[in-house]
Design a protein around this ligand. Structure first.
Ligand code: CP
Length: 323
C-alpha cells in the first residue's frame, strides 16, 4: 500500500504508522541529494515560535526554501502581537491578540502552521493535556506541525530515529536505548525525553532510564517495557543524554532545586558512556550535561542528529504539502 500523507498534521510520532515512519525516513535520507525541481513552489507555511529555537527554526525556513516554497517565521510578543491563550480572558493586560484570532488569520493565508510552545511547568496534569497545542489545532484551518510542545517533539523523534538507523544499524530491534538523566541549572520539561523514548519504543529497542531517585518519569503512555535504574553507569548501545525536572516534585521547583543539586556528578562522561553511541538534541550545557570529551568524541551523534533535523523537516513538508 502506498503512503499518502497529503493534508496531514504532525503532532506526535504516535499518529504515524510504522509504514508512514519508514516512508518519511526514506524520503528524508533521499533529501541528501539536492532536488532542484522546487516541488513546493507557491506553497507557504507559517512557523510560530512562542519560545526560542535555533535548529527547528533554521530547519523549517531552510526546508521550505530548498523545496521552492516559503516559510514565514512569527514570534508573538516579539515581532508579532502577543497572544492571549486563556479562553474567556478579559484582555485588559499586555496580551493584544487572542490565539483563536491569530491562528484563524494565519491558517487562512498559508497551507501549514508550525507551533512551538513549551510546557508551563506549573502542573503536570495541565502539561500532559497539551492545552496550547490542542487550542491551535482547534483554531487552525490548515494542518499543524508540532515544533515542540509541552510533552512531545515529533520532528526530533524522526531525526533521532534516522540517526540511530544510520549509525547503529538499520535493525534497532533489541538494541538497548538508555535515556540518561543529566544535571542542569534549571528544571527542563519532558518534551525531548518523551520524544526520544517514543522513537526508541517504535524501533523496538530495549528501554532503560538511568536517573537519580525522584526523577523517574511516568512512561505509561509508551505501552512498552521500561527499566528504571538509579545507577549512573547504565551501559547500552545508545546513551541519550537529557536533563529534566524531577517529576516527583513537578511544579514545586524551589524544593526540586535542592534535590537536583545533589546530583551534579551525573554528568555524562567517558566512563558513564562506555562504548555506547552518544546522543543529545541540543542545545546543551557542555561540561554540565556531558563533557566536551564525550560530545566531541568519536561515538557522538550530535552533529548527525542536528543535520537530520533539516532532512526530516524537508520530508515532512514535501509529503504533507505536495500537490
Ligand atoms: N533540538 C531542538 O529542537 O533545537 P532548537 O530548540 O534549537 O530548535
Amino acid at each position: 500500500m502506498s503512503v499518502d500523507l497529503r493534508g496531514r498534521s504532525l503532532l506526535s510520532l504516535d499518529e504515524l504508522t510504522d509504514e508512514e515512519i519508514d516512508h518519511l525516513l526514506a524520503t528524508a535520507a533521499a533529501m541528501r541529494t539536492p532536488d532542484r525541481s522546487a516541488p513546493l513552489r507557491g506553497v507557504s507555511v507559517a512557523l510560530v515560535f512562542l519560545n526560542p529555537s535555533l535548529r527547528t527554526r533554521l530547519a523549517g525556513e531552510t526546508a521550505m526554501a530548498d523545496l521552492g516554497g516559503h516559510a514565514a517565521v512569527l514570534s508573538p510578543g516579539t515581532d508579532a502581537w502577543k497572544w492571549e491563550t486563556r479562553d474567556g480572558a478579559v484582555m485588559d493586560g499586555d496580551t493584544v491578540e487572542h490565539l483563536r484570532d491569530a491562528v484563524g488569520t494565519i491558517s487562512s493565508m498559508v497551507r501549514g502552521l508550525g507551533i512551538r510552545s513549551f510546557a508551563g511547568m506549573k502542573s503536570w496534569a495541565e502539561d500532559a493535556a497539551e492545552p496550547l497545542l490542542k487550542a491551535v489545532v482547534a483554531a487552525s484551518a490548515c494542518p499543524v506541525y508540532n515544533l515542540e510542545s509541552a510533552q512531545d517533539h515529533p520532528l526530533q523523534s524522526l531525526a533521532d530515529l534516522l540517526a540511530m538507523r544510520e549509525a547503529v544499524g538499520p535493525t534497532l530491534h533489541g538494541k538497548t536505548f538508555v535515556l540518561a538523566w543529566a544535571p542542569h541549572p534549571k528544571p527542563l520539561p519532558m518534551a525531548v525525553p518523551f520524544a526520544a523514548l517514543r522513537a526508541a519504543a517504535r524501533a523496538g529497542m530495549k528501554i532503560r532510564i538511568s536517573c537519580p531517585e525522584g526523577f523517574a518519569p511516568d512512561t505509561a503512555f509508551l505501552r512498552a517495557p521500561v527499566e528504571v535504574v538509579h545507577d549512573r553507569a547504565a551501559a547500552g548501545d545508545v546513551v541519550y543524554c537529557k536533563s529534566w525536572g524531577a517529576p516527583s516534585l513537578y511544579g514545586k521547583w524551589d524544593e526540586e532545586k535542592a534535590l537536583r543539586a545533589r546530583h551534579r556528578d551525573w554528568t555524562v562522561d567517558a566512563a558513564r558512556l562506555g562504548n555506547a553511541r552518544f546522543m543529545h538534541c541540543l542545545p546543551m550545557r557542555r561540561n554540565v550535561e556531558a563533557t566536551d570529551e564525550v560530545v566531541d568524541g568519536p561515538n557522538s551523534l550530535v552533529r548527525h542528529q542536528a543535520r537530520n533535523r533539516l532532512l526530516v523537516q524537508k520530508a515532512v513538508f514535501l509529503e504533507t504539502l505536495r500537490p
